[in-house]
Design a binder for this molecule. Structure first.
Ligand SMILES: [Zn+2]
Length: 445
């Protein structure tokens, strides 16, 4: 018998839709999406079909009181293309389980974790093993990024040379689909390969594999590093994804190069992400929190002019995705100057509060930036939308309710949030992964 779930009376929002309606899920896949009232009178289904669904539904989740009133909002689960899970190697900061619990509490269904663990994820077997361990938890879809060089030492190419091209060996379920086995993205994380010839060879491998390379552009200044990977990416004809863009100069470079890339015959593709903290905070916050401690992050929080450039790039489509760069640390490491912020549990609410309510971004566009668009960069065309045939990965939120960011209530082991104490909108009430409830918010006291 099919496992059916009905979610009725929701404000359904994805990158194309913003309507009151209901969703029927069968065996983890969205079967029907109806606009209109909860009695399904607009559904177009026959009474017999409808009775069939209602009889077999194991769970009915009701988002509101009726068609005349907006209920709770139902959005596609978020996809984070850049996070650090610290597993293996740094359990005092985070492990797979604490990170996955943080992810679902933040509305995430799919996460890319970076390879700067101990040992480094530099072999296909290590990436596959990490995904298997995560799959066993059953909370999220984890896709470990794989390092470009062995041990991230920048000396020789890693196991990427042993990977098979994305399209071979597995049957695609739809045109252009990449297989679901990791890695879906390659990255040397914060370490740039300083040898141009070696980086070009890594890019050529990425081109052969049909995988994007996430470039962090941290070394030697963001502008210079960004220009360098764009040049080498053009030469290789691969997909370069720029991580956590933070300066107005880098934004301008990327905007120009994207216009060129549009008609590049080489296959050169350019995408980029920005992080909530760079979109919302400035160097003033870093000084307040302590530039060498709680306010420290790579790249650093920038002046307001840079933040304004990022907002412009968000609105004009230059920025393709919002990624957390979730970087949990123990309190003692943070006091010693470890860079990075915990981000999975605050990303949606911070963006909703500061970008949708304050800066005029639409909720549909925010959904795209946090879900459909990063999923596309990863080649995951089966998620990020609420439409028939897509995966039943959702989260439910009340966009009108406020909550206060308090690391003591967070699932992550890294309590290093720069947003501590802020009042934000849009508490995550429930997260559903492949049609199963994987997170429910505790009742408010
Ligand atoms: Zn990072």
């Amino acid at each position: 018998m099919k496992r059916t779930i009905i979610l009725k009376n929701f404000r359904i929002v994805d990158e194309n839709v913003n309507m009151l309606g209901s969703v029927i899920v069968e065996d983890g896949i969205i079967r029907e999406v109806f606009p209109g009232s909860a009695d399904f009178s607009d559904s177009g289904l026959s009474n017999k079909e409808l009775d069939g669904f209602l009889d077999s539904a194991r769970i009915i989740i009701d988002g509101g009181e009726g068609a005349d009133k907006w209920g709770l909002s139902l959005l596609p689960a978020l996809t984070d293309i850049h996070a650090h899970f610290r597993d293996p190697g740094f359990p005092e900061k985070e492990n797979l389980e604490s990170a996955a619990l943080a992810a679902v509490a933040g509305g995430y269904g799919t996460v890319v974790c970076m390879a700067n663990t101990d040992p480094v994820i530099d072999a296909p077997e290590a990436a596959a093993a990490l995904k298997l361990r995560s799959d066993a938890l059953g909370l999220i879809d984890l896709y470990p990024a794989m390092a470009l060089t062995t041990g991230m030492a920048g000396k020789e190419l890693s196991g990427i040379t042993r990977l098979q091209p994305a399209d071979s060996g597995q049957k695609a379920a739809w045109p252009g689909q990449r297989p679901r086995r990791p890695p879906l993205i390659l990255s040397e994380d914060g370490k740039d390969i300083s040898d141009d010839a070696l980086l070009l060879r890594a890019f050529q491998e990425a081109k052969r594999l049909g995988l994007p390379v996430s470039c962090h552009c941290d070394e030697g200044g963001e502008t210079k590093a960004t220009a360098r990977v764009i040049e080498l990416g053009k030469k290789a004809g691969c997909h370069v994804h720029i991580a956590h863009v933070s300066t107005k100069e880098a934004v301008a470079l990327i905007r120009g190069a994207k216009a060129e890339a549009g008609n590049a015959e080489s296959g050169f593709t350019l995408t980029c992400e920005a992080s909530p903290h760079h979109l919302v905070l400035t160097d003033e916050t870093a000084r307040m929190l302590g530039e060498e401690t709680w306010g420290k992050v790579n790249p650093p929080l920038r002046p307001e002019a840079d933040r304004q450039a990022l907002l412009g790039a968000l609105l004009d489509g230059t920025i393709d995705a919002i990624a957390t760069d979730h970087a949990p640390h123990s309190n003692s490491d943070k006091k010693k100057g470890a860079p990075g912020f915990s981000g999975l549990e605050t990303a949606f609410s911070i963006c909703l509060t500061e970008l949708v309510s304050e800066e005029g971004l639409s909720l549909s566009r925010l959904s795209s930036l946090l879900s459909a668009s990063p999923s596309r960069i990863l080649g995951l065309g089966d998620r990020g939308r609420i439409a028939p045939g897509y995966r039943a990965d959702f989260f439910i939120t009340d966009t009108d309710s406020f909550w206060q960011v308090d690391p003591a209530n967070m699932k992550t082991r890294g309590k290093n949030s720069p947003f501590t104490g802020r009042d934000v909108r849009g508490r995550i009430l429930m997260t559903i992964h492949r049609g199963r409830i994987v997170y429910e918010a505790p009742a408010l006291k």
